[in-house]
Design a protein. Structure first.
Lengths: 97, 490
């Protein structure tokens, strides 16, 4: 699974966005997290905002399984759950094949 | 092409910019200890544009080329772009605690772009086409451009044409078939030495008699006939002291202003954006000033964030952090700082498209923003000084804190004496305490006070300039009607 990552610009983040990504990566060593680039298609996009505004632009990126936004450290568990769901879905698809 | 910070520094080495300071020509100004901190600030605007955690603010898609460009070279295409500009400036202020100098160019691009469109529409000139080609060149090469507006102005009671010395306002000295020759100067030019190019605008609205002064153009910083005289700052020669570190407060970053002299500089036709159409000088000034007054709602807020953090650390280190009045002062500093940010965001959110298509801020709110900036930073540093205590201006030098000189009855060194008497809370070393206090000294009344205090007062126009704009935009008659309606007056 390839997960694109887009950070907001970080003008006044309420938590360490970089560390949050590291925590998510630690729990998902089988997922390829890449800084999102235009022209690429990702299985999923993770948008990491620093505050409730979560103003990071993301419409320019394409994904197969949509995106998840987080703007608080407390959202890490939700992100992990979402990634697990996608991974399970992928596994199920592979089993059918 | 987005340059890296290191590429930017190397690009400056290729310029032949003429710089004078302390009565001498400075050949290697790039590595000069008094100038380099200001170059490091500009370098930060390049480095952040390559960091995934900041890219969303630091870059944008150019409407001219379709390429990704540094946002400092971007024409705002929406209110979202205007808001992101303010956020980017807050970020850069946080990372440097200084004026990072690049916003004057960005504000000039946006003002000249929309104004030239309207000049061409009325006068049939080709200034907009000239400017678009110029901006593509700037974007493609990721250049720093000094947006220069302020003339020396001589006797403030006299119009440009009435001055004893005509050079006190920059003017067209000669018109040729292939271009113009200009003479005069621009004062207080932030980051001029660190810029690849200069984009010149008139300093005020002009009448028919002043049409020779209604001129806008661009030129390289090392064009023949152009030179700069470095503006000194409070405590600036501390940067020249050997092993200066703690005493500098902010050893890596700083601001820069210079006098830029145009000693008969030739400007080719394709770099001219206004030439005697005096009726548009006021429009250009008003638009540039509007954008620049918005800018202060971002950059000074970022520096304010660092000051608030430093004041909080000083309280921790002094052991005073639990005192209720200290907590309240930190709340007040935050309230003042975020109020400035509110203004920057508000004038952006209320922006609107110009005839040329780029977005302009709400002028009333931008002027309110800057008017607050002429006041609140002064209160923020007053509170920071209050929290820090007098030690921030009375402590010995860092040399004393490291000296082996034996001075005590029992052979104690100067370093031991200083460290003994300036120790405070266990949460820090004496040197850490000195570092944060020196930072506050530097920003409150040292070389960085130029950027945080006086620039907040006079940059983008002095307080009275904003009050004139607030009076014009204040919609008083509509407010009278509201009052009449409520009070039952017909």
């Amino acid at each position: 699974m390839i997960c694109g990552v887009r950070f907001c610009g970080g003008c006044n983040p309420r938590y360490d966005r970089g560390k949050a990504l590291e925590k998510i990566k630690e729990q998902n060593k089988d997922v390829d997290f890449r800084i999102a680039e235009e022209g690429e298609t990702y299985d999923h996009l993770l948008v990491i905002g620093g505050c409730t505004n979560c103003c990071a632009s993301h419409c320019q990126f394409s994904t197969r399984e949509g995106l998840t936004k987080m703007w608080d450290e407390k959202h890490i568990n939700e992100v992990l759950k979402k990634i697990d769901e996608i991974k399970s879905k992928e596994k199920a698809k592979q089993n059918i094949k | 092409m987005l340059m890296t910070g290191d590429q930017y520094i190397e690009s400056l080495r290729k310029l032949g910019t003429r710089v004078y300071m302390f009565g001498e020509k400075i050949d290697n100004w790039i590595d000069h200890p008094m100038i380099r901190p200001s170059i490091n600030c500009v370098k930060m605007t390049y480095d952040l544009a390559h960091d995934p955690q900041y890219v969303d603010l630091m870059t944008a898609k150019s409407n001219l080329t379709g390429e990704t460009v540094n946002r400092f070279g971007h024409l705002h295409q929406s209110t979202d772009d205007l808001r992101k500009k303010v956020k980017m400036q807050r970020l850069c202020g946080q990372k440097t605690a200084s004026c990072f100098q690049r916003c004057v160019g960005m504000d000039a691009f946006n003002a000249v772009f929309s104004t030239t469109f309207e000049i061409d529409k009325k006068c049939g000139t080709k200034y907009h086409e000239n400017f678009v080609e110029y901006l593509k060149y700037v974007q493609n090469n990721d250049l720093i451009v000094d947006g220069a507006m302020t003339d020396p102005k001589g006797d403030r009671g006299l119009a440009p044409h009435a001055q004893k010395d005509p050079d006190l306002f920059l003017h067209i000295k000669e018109k040729r078939e292939d271009g113009i020759v200009v003479r005069g100067a621009k004062c207080h030019q932030t980051g001029s030495i660190n810029s690849h190019e200069h984009l010149i605008m008139p300093t005020q609205a002009m009448g028919e008699d002043d049409k020779a002064y209604a001129v806008a153009f661009a030129c390289p910083s090392d064009v023949e006939g152009l030179y700069m005289v470095y503006g000194r700052q409070s405590c600036d020669t501390r940067k020249m002291e050997p092993n200066a570190d703690v005493d500098l407060g902010n050893k890596n970053f700083g601001g820069q202003e210079a006098l830029v002299v145009f000693d008969d500089v030739f400007i080719p036709n394709d770099r001219i954006f206004l030439c005697e159409e005096h009726e548009f000088a006021g429009m250009l000034v008003e638009r540039f000033a509007g954008y620049h007054r918005q800018s202060y709602g971002g950059c000074k807020v970022g520096v304010g964030d660092v000051i608030i953090g430093a004041a909080a650390l000083a309280a921790d280190y002094n052991g005073a952090n639990k005192a209720s009045h200290i907590k309240d002062k930190l709340i007040e500093m935050t309230h003042l700082n975020e109020t400035l940010y509110c203004c920057g965001i508000a004038c952006s959110a209320e922006g609107y498209p110009t005839e040329a298509g780029n977005y302009q801020i709400d002028l009333l709110l931008a002027n309110v923003c800057k008017q607050n900036v002429t006041r609140f930073p002064y209160e923020i540093v007053r509170l920071a000084e209050d929290i820090a205590g007098g030690l921030m201006v009375t402590m010995p030098s860092s040399i004393d804190f490291n000296s082996d000189l034996e001075v005590g009855r029992n052979g104690e060194t100067l370093a031991e004496v200083c460290n003994k008497f300036y120790a405070a809370s266990d949460t820090c070393t004496t040197i850490e305490r000195m570092r944060i206090l020196r930072f506050l000294e530097n920003i409150c009344l040292g070389s960085s006070a130029v950027g945080y205090r006086t620039e907040s007062m006079h940059g983008a126009g002095s307080p009275q300039a904003q009050r004139i704009m607030i009076a014009r935009q204040g919609n008083i008659n509509a407010k009278k009607e509201l009052a009449k309606e409520i009070a039952g007056i017909k």
